[in-house]
Write a protein of this length. Sequence first.
Length: 413
Amino acid sequence: RSPDKQWYQRRVRGCELERGCYLAKLLTVLGSGCEGVVRGAVVSEVGGFVELLARENRFWRAYCLLRVAMCHGVYEVAQKIVPLVGEAVVHPYRQHFFKSLEMVCTAELSHDPREAIRLYESALLDAKCCQSNAQTHFQTDFLALRVGLLKIYLQLQGMCDIAKMNMTDKRQDYAPTLRFIGRQVTDLRDGARELESRMIDAKPRDNLKELLLICNILTVLCSGDSANIATSSEHPTISTILSLIGTDALSSISFIKQTVNKLTSHRFSLPHFYFVQEQNTGISLATSPATDQGVIKIAGGCDLLLTVEAVVRGNSSRIKGVLLSVTCEKAVKGIVKEDSGGTVLCNREVPLVKGYLRQELSINVQSFADVYTISAKAVDFNDGLWNVGSTLTFRVKCDDSLLSKSQMAKAYV
């Protein structure tokens, strides 16, 4: 190759990179609520640029634009990019991933909540087909939360339609229905918070704030209490709703319907963490004595003395310690009931030393039928808890052969 040709090729690649960065910035602007002719022009420009990248087999840059588009809710652009990038993928697991993204784009562009639920459930099935690690479980859990949110929208819309048929606009007439839906919103919010607690490797701005804020709005609609609600948001649709909440309109069913219709039309952007292939940070646990097929043997009449060791995998620089928790669940004939709950026997925060800790725990065994669980959560320097640790579940079995001769003699006196 001549120097002039090499310079020309570098120059062309540099111009394409600059153009790609410029279009990524435009997608960010579109995500902030830009509409009209400008939005259509940018969508057309990005579509043409992606087709150019596909013809030249530069699919990585197209994939980068896809991530930007879906993370800012510009699904018109994402819908054009997904098929082009998906066709170049050979691995079957990745093909399911891109099929799932395509379903998400179609669902967000749909104006029918029932159709959106059907498409999201299809996307959820495709996402489950490529589950291989904890990160892909995050993707399926996130899609499941979105399906749950859409189903809550449908229930509220159905209640408002019944109120319209009965020609009533008072929320007091539908207080039991609102309380029932409110419990579902609470479960959804708890699920979102649990999911957010697993995003330790995510960027600080890449949280589930949008989903949690929508849950708070739905809680206000169901309870009628707007005392603890945010006043602003970076999303234009949500900001409009927040500006109306706090007035006397909360007492009317028509306001609930108007708000739910606005939330239904709001496009739900994906977090950047959704596209992370694998989370690196985690906590591995080991006990001494070790469990033998889920059983730890002790001498009769003795407490269980456990030595717990934990190692932090990945980046431990932001973790100052580990919260070790021991819980006990009652079992009947070897089966733990789902609603039995658990009794917390121990909660102890242990500092890390070069990503490692060793702690001795004493557990008072009340019954040999109980099931014990040791869990670990990471504690950062702001005292925030991250659910990235593993859990160990075991039963305790009495074994008199572990007693010494003197102890056995005393036992039979």
